[in-house]
Ligand binder design. Structure first.
Ligand SMILES: [Zn+2]
Length: 135
């Protein structure tokens, strides 16, 4: 079990997401009225203002949209983790998520690289992160 310093804020709107990650499922809300996938989770649909949603599991497959490598820790408690990569991933279902890119084997990531979700278990929650498919 890894130690994490910035645990996610789990709310009534995001509880389903973190419950899914415990089972290694990447989920988002789908609006029951217009069908839009909602990310980040929200109480109301930004398109039709409907509050009703259903939970949809995503493939966890996507491409690297952008990334940055932190060589200096954002916070002193993260100093053991540098360098680490924060990335934006365009999932194939049309949702863009922010996460970490891990296990690059020292390779420089390329925008457009195919990524697949993987999981990091922490005390109390599981975090989705991504790695390049060809590694
Ligand atoms: Zn809607």
């Amino acid at each position: 079990m890894q130690k994490e310093y910035f645990a996610p804020g789990i709310s009534a709107d995001t509880g389903f997401f973190w419950e899914g990650t415990r089972e290694h499922k990447l989920t988002v809300q789908r609006c029951k009225k217009c069908g839009r996938l909602r990310w980040p989770a929200s109480y109301l649909c930004p398109d039709c203002l409907c509050s009703e949603t259903e939970t949809e599991e995503l493939s966890g497959e996507g491409v690297l949209y952008s990334y940055t490598t932190f060589h200096k820790s954002f916070h002193p408690s993260l100093s053991e983790k540098v360098p680490y990569i924060v990335c934006e991933v365009d999932l194939k279902e049309g949702v863009r998520v922010v996460s970490n890119l891990v296990d690059t084997d020292g390779r420089e990531p390329e925008c457009g690289a195919r990524l697949k979700v993987c999981w990091q278990d922490f005390e109390g929650y599981t975090k989705p992160v991504f790695k390049m498919e060809d590694i």
